[in-house]
Design a protein around this ligand. Structure first.
Ligand SMILES: [Mg+2]
Ligand SMILES: [Zn+2]
Length: 95
């Protein structure tokens, strides 16, 4: 699935609920999901980690929909296929 396709799916599934909840509460949910990912990671539960990664990405996408951000465009700008600083693949920056 393409990023834009996923964002469109999340919009179709949840935009109404996301709007009612609002940006602030949606970001709080995202933080909660990151907490769940940390918990799954600590338990070394692969299935749980997989689920929580999906949840984190879904909630980021809900927030992006509310904020009017095109996730695919944001990714392309920030991660243009090479390191933005040293221009290399893989990154050869010191840190
Ligand atoms: Mg979760
Ligand atoms: Zn670099």
């Amino acid at each position: 699935m393409e990023v834009a396709e996923f964002q469109s799916l999340i919009r179709r599934l949840y935009m109404e609920k996301d709007r009612k909840r609002g940006e602030d509460a949606t970001l709080l949910w995202l933080v909660e999901e990151v907490g769940e990912l940390l918990e799954a990671h600590r338990k070394r539960r692969r299935e749980g980690i997989e689920e929580e990664i999906a949840d984190v990405i879904a909630w980021v996408t809900s927030y992006a929909n509310l904020a009017g951000i095109d996730v695919e465009e944001a990714l392309r700008k920030k991660y243009p296929g090479r390191c933005r600083y040293c221009n290399s693949v893989p990154c050869e920056c010191e840190k």
